[in-house]
Design a protein around this ligand. Structure first.
Ligand SMILES: Nc1ncnc2c1ncn2[C@@H]1O[C@H](COP(=O)(O)OP(=O)(O)OP(=O)(O)O)[C@@H](O)[C@H]1O
Length: 273
């Protein structure tokens, strides 16, 4: 599905991402972990073409998406929607319009000017909000919602684009444990039920272990771990984070209660049904 080949991004003298390569061959839930400055955001931003790569290729269905220009690059961006730590909604705009903004680039200037949306698009937006459990929030201003609800609106906006891949840059870093769980559950559902690949930068080990099929560990721009959550031992984590023996996993925990979060066993049951 996706082949990352020798991708680097250099800022001045420093390689933020340093010659990384890996393949993802199915619509998996992939977590990227690493300490601050490891290069996680830069990688996601290159995938979404928000940042140019210095060298390398990212091949998707035989096309190097890093080489796409103009309309082709924009089409790729709507195929791999991105969600951010700070939600990036329009605060004073109502929730439904925020969701519809996911397809803003498909509208004419005139439609945009008069805020005209085809009925089918409005119904689709409401359907997505309903699926994510926040349909009743549709008329409210985005700024009136809790952080967890706002992140679900951002996910709804991403789904409006009907993307094959969802890139999530620290999607729960601003949320309390309960809302973090709701947002991670939502991303997992989309991954399992829709078969959309999710690549999420995560700053907590327990979340990566619980929700991901595969975890990639980055340190100083390089991949230093690529394996299953089971292989992500404390020793491996210590190495990824460049920590010493005093490394304490609890310091990277979201405190999502273990007995309530849907885990990979849950996802496997869903897939089996
Ligand atoms: N636009 C930029 N100009 C200069 N340096 C940058 C730029 N963007 C990122 N960097 C540098 O690249 C390195 C990697 O940053 P990046 O944001 O990708 O790391 P990260 O792992 O996502 O960290 P965090 O978890 O703090 O977001 C850092 O040293 C950062 O300062």
């Amino acid at each position: 599905m996706l082949q990352v080949r020798n991708v680097s991004r250099v800022f001045g003298q420093k390689a933020a991402v340093d010659n990384i390569s890996f393949d993802i061959d199915r619509p998996a839930f992939v977590g990227i972990i690493g300490r601050s400055g490891a290069g996680k955001s830069t990688f996601l931003r290159m995938m979404n073409r928000l940042t140019d790569a210095s060298t390398g290729q990212i091949m998707v269905e035989g096309r190097d998406i890093l080489a796409l220009k103009g309309a082709a690059a924009r089409a790729w961006q709507s195929n791999c929607a991105m969600i951010f730590q700070q939600f990036n909604l329009v605060p004073r705009m109502d929730v439904a319009s925020n969701v519809l903004h996911g397809i803003l680039n498909r509208r004419s200037t005139l439609q945009t000017l008069f805020n005209l949306w085809p009925r089918a698009d409005i119904l689709k937006a409401l359907e997505i909000l309903d699926r994510l459990g926040i349909a009743e929030q549709a008329p409210k201003r985005a700024e009136a919602l809790s952080g967890g609800q706002q992140q679900r609106v951002a996910i709804a906006r991403a789904l409006m684009q009907d993307p094959r891949i969802i890139l999530a840059d620290e999607p729960i870093a601003s949320l309390d444990p309960m809302n973090a769980q709701i947002v991670m559950d939502t991303l997992k559902r989309i991954n399992v039920e829709d078969g959309r690949m999710v690549i999420a930068n995560l700053h907590t080990l327990d979340t990566a272990r619980r929700y991901c099929d595969r975890v990639i560990g980055m340190r100083d721009g390089r991949i230093v771990f690529d394996g299953t959550p089971e292989q992500l031992s404390t020793g491996v984590a210590r190495d990824i984070y460049g920590a010493d023996d005093s490394f304490n996993e609890a310091a990277t925990s979201t405190s999502i209660p273990a007995d309530t979060a849907p885990d990979r066993a849950w996802a496997e049951r869903m897939l089996a049904n």
